[in-house]
Design a protein around this ligand. Sequence first.
Ligand code: RP5
Length: 272
Amino acid sequence: MSKSIHQKARTSPYPRTKDIIRTKVADDNVPWKVEYDYKPVKYTSESVLKGPVWADPDIKPGDKHNIQFNTVDNNVNRTSFICKYEVVNSLPRNPMGRTGLTGRGSLGRWGPNHAADPIVTRWKNKDKKILQFVAVQRKDNGEWAIPGGMVDAGEVVSQTLRREFGEEALNTLEADSSEKKHIEQSLDRLFHSGTEIFKGYVDDPRNTDNAWMETVAMNFHDELGDSAGLFELNAGDDAMSVQWMDITNKSKLYASHEHFIQSVAQLHKAEW
Ligand code: RP5
């Protein structure tokens, strides 16, 4: 399993850096149970070390701390969808194995960092062969992605899905109050019911040995093309562009997002 999905989490340079190069980890050495002389690079970004609200305090190996792992701790979900993860020398261990880098990189939480991914779809043509989904181009690396985002402390996943879609694909953060009202009504209809596509570990290039991404990806489909299909897309927040993108096996997307849209194509029996 680690060979197939734990690839982007071993790439270098580390996102948003030029000179943070992960220690190379061969496929066979990814599992923690394989013993060898492993000397990972250590890196936590300056913005995380400054201690914003979305980040945990810094911990050195062996430090005493108040973080309760494998549980919901002060409104922060520190449970993993995949297993009860190990905590070694005070620090949580990536359940998918080694990444060549310790610390948190640019992730705020030690252990799982929970996200939500709304996959909003419509048919491209009346023949219902090719699906399209709302894709955003990320400001941080220019890659196309599902307009997902982090679950805030105390937030439920359904709120995150709707909020992130609104902020990144419809630019609700900059809408005036009448536009906002109109958008909210459309979002109410669209996000009323969805289908869970995936829940688990994401092969995100920001993952480290001690911090990693997990997500819930949900599909919200407009079968008739008369609701979401008519949205006026407008990129906002962390997105620099937004568009309806064909779902095909040629799509090159951020993190594990290709895998998620493939599952959506299968769900609707669309071409892939
Ligand atoms: C990915 O990172 C998730 O699948 C989600 O799309 C995204 C959340 O991070 P930000 O977009 O908030 O950076 O692993």
